[in-house]
Design a protein. Structure first.
Length: 116
């Protein structure tokens, strides 16, 4: 099972930007599709963005489309989530999820707080 470590969270003002990183402990990272999810207090975990193993296919939730960009650098075993035009409703713990075949791994999450 691959281990995932997220970083980059913190406090940001509305309208600002933040870049999250997810580093994976595997030598075959390109075989993993990676998703970002988020969970706000009292709410269910929701899908944010996804990227294929090669990085040529991406998908976004409607709530972040046009503001967030997911990308990856397989040489660094890292997936990024660039978040622009942040809104208070983007406040949540952001989780990285990697999947290949029947295996799925989650990171511990990184907190993003957007102040109005």
């Amino acid at each position: 099972q691959v281990q995932l470590v997220e970083s980059g969270g913190g406090l940001v003002q509305a309208g600002g930007s933040r870049r999250l990183s997810c580093v994976a402990s595997t030598r075959i990272f390109s075989l993993y599709g990676v998703n970002w999810f988020r969970q706000a207090p009292g709410k269910e975990r929701e899908f944010v963005a996804a990227i294929s193993g090669s990085g040529n296919i991406t998908h976004y939730s409607d709530s972040v489309k046009g503001r967030f960009t997911i990308s990856r650098d397989n040489a660094k075993n890292t997936v990024y989530l660039q978040m622009n035009s942040l809104k208070p409703e983007d406040t949540a713990t952001y989780f990285c999820n990697a999947k290949t075949g029947g295996a799925s791994s989650w990171g511990q999450g990184t907190q993003v707080t957007v102040s109005s």
